[in-house]
Design a protein around this ligand. Structure first.
Ligand code: ADP
Ligand code: MG
Length: 264
């Protein structure tokens, strides 16, 4: 029988940063897989290598060792099959919202009418239908992040990478966006990796939570979120009893890492 192909596979990924100050082992033998519509969150202490790992998956950093495969093909550099959304929205102030959304496509050739229609439809879906002709400075932080999401989705990436995309937003906006991203990805049935320092957000949005250890960055725990929580929306998930148990478990991992760092 043919083995089921993972949508994303990391095998023994290690990365060393070399600088004037010496060498730093940022990632050590990271390995995990994602199914085709799986949503995985990465949590871990600051500096444990989360952003480095996403950059490796995005093909922006060539790892010192190991490999990343997306759809069975080895990642050797950046490509359109990966959408990368960051905490800062990087919208161009002199471009309209619509034209900000199309920028990724423009880099690959002339934008077609169909793509323009697509962008407008997506903007509408995200509740931004009436701001397409406006400029970024006319929008709130939450709206700008939604524009960044449209821009990321418009290229129909095979994999979505999200590096703390909600962390600069106020709590209410953040919950709304979690909801929106979660629904959108469920409809698209594409895998995603979310980096967040918010344990609640990780549990509420994901199928699995990977807890990373620091110094060097390693997979410490790979925890499956219970079905009941996965089936609920991010907002509703937070009210379930199993949610608090899992939160406590992950919190415990953080406490242990912290205790080990500062022995008394
Ligand atoms: P996280 O996103 O989990 O906070 P990072 O991936 O940003 O962690 O960083 C992991 C480690 O690698 C940190 O110790 C950081 O200081 C170091 N680091 C990150 N980027 C570079 C770089 N370009 N050159 C050297 N060291 C780096
Ligand atoms: Mg980071």
């Amino acid at each position: 029988m043919k083995e089921k192909q993972a949508a994303v596979r990391l095998t023994d990924v290690s990365h060393v940063y070399v600088s004037g100050k010496g060498a730093l082992l940022a990632l050590e033998r990271i390995g995990f897989e994602l199914d085709e519509d799986e949503f995985v969150s990465l949590v871990g202490p600051s500096g444990c290598g989360k952003t480095t790992l996403l950059s490796v998956v995005a093909g922006l950093i060539v790892p010192t060792e190991g490999r990343v495969e997306i759809g069975g093909r080895r990642v050797t550099g950046p490509s359109r099959q990966v959408g990368y959304m960051l905490q800062h929205d990087y919208l161009f102030p002199w471009r309209t919202i619509e034209n900000n959304c199309l920028i990724g496509l423009e880099l690959h050739g002339k934008v077609t009418d169909a793509q323009r229609t697509d962008a407008l439809r997506l903007l509408k879906e995200m509740g931004l239908g009436d701001v397409a002709a406006k400029y970024p400075h006319q929008l709130s932080g939450g709206m700008r992040q939604r524009v960044a999401l449209v821009r990321t989705l418009i290229a129909s990436p095979e994999l979505l990478l999200l590096d703390e995309p909600f962390s600069a937003l106020d709590y209410q906006t953040k919950l709304t966006l979690e909801q929106l991203v979660s629904e959108t990805l469920r409809k698209r049935r594409k895998p995603a990796i979310l980096v967040t320092h918010d344990i609640s957000e990780a549990i509420a949005m994901s199928d699995r939570v990977i807890v990373m250890d620091r110094g060097p960055g390693r997979v410490r725990r790979d925890i499956r979120v219970p079905d009941e929580i996965r089936a609920a929306s991010p907002m509703k998930a937070r009210e379930l009893p199993g949610f608090h148990a899992l939160f406590g478990e992950i919190w415990g991992e953080f406490e242990e890492m912290e205790a080990r760092r500062e022995p008394s």
